[in-house]
Design a protein around this ligand. Structure first.
Ligand code: 5RP
Length: 215
């Protein structure tokens, strides 16, 4: 599967234009994109990173990482996903970087999602849905999620996000209305971000393979 991830990551380079500031996601597929980006680093104006993990990899390659507050809107965001449906709605957050990923996706004109074929699904929810939560609200949010969705929230033990919060992974969902589910979970006080990217889905999905498929 890592070969499919590499092919997807390398294909995404075709969306990078000279002088761009590139939004960069998080994960093992994005790591291949970062490595490919390093080869053309002199042609871009910099990057905005969605996690400490990606920032480290970018800087190790000598790629500049900028503050989103200083860059303003971005032309391009490249990120992976845990699941992708036929409408390009996504589950993300397997790497616990969902909040910053969502911020950069929102700030970007084009969101190019890079996945391996196993991530394609008809209905989202087999992959447990990550929700970033303020620590003091953990129990409250877990009860509300159970009440509102019927899904089983499980505390991702030992994980603290880059923002100092915890993650609940919601098991047992079959998400037939991703936009509605995202809206509903966003209402719960203490929820920082929901790993459903439905209101702002991907614009282009690259499924890694020989050749890569574009959705
Ligand atoms: C991190 C993410 C990742 O994009 C997602 O988990 C996919 O990761 P990988 O490319 O390693 O399969 O959302 O928060």
């Amino acid at each position: 599967m890592s070969e499919a991830k590499r092919l997807a990551g390398e294909k995404a380079i075709e969306y990078v234009r000279d002088g761009m500031i590139v939004g960069v996601g998080t994960g093992s597929t994005v790591a291949f994109f970062i490595d490919a980006l390093a080869r053309i680093k002199d042609r871009i104006a910099g990057t905005v990173s969605s996690s400490e993990q990606s920032t480290q990899r970018l800087r190790a390659h000598g790629i500049e990482v900028l503050d989103l507050n200083a860059t303003g809107p971005l032309s391009l965001y490249v990120d992976g996903a845990d699941e992708c449906d036929t409408h390009k709605c996504l589950i993300k957050g397997g790497g616990a970087a969902l909040t910053r990923e969502k911020i950069i996706a929102e700030a970007s004109e084009k969101f190019v999602c890079i996945i391996d074929p196993a991530k394609r699904v008809d209905v989202l929810g087999k992959f447990p849905l990550p929700v970033e939560v303020i620590p003091m609200a953990r129990s409250l949010v877990a009860r509300e999620i159970l009440k509102r969705t019927g899904g089983q929230p499980v505390w991702r033990d030992g994980v603290t996000t880059d923002n100092g919060n915890i993650v609940l992974d919601v098991h047992g969902l079959s998400i037939v209305d991703p936009v509605g589910m995202e809206r509903e979970l966003n209402q719960i006080p203490g929820v920082v971000a929901v790993g459903l990217f439905a209101r702002r889905p991907a614009d282009v999905v690259i499924v890694g393979g020989e050749p890569p498929i574009l959705l």
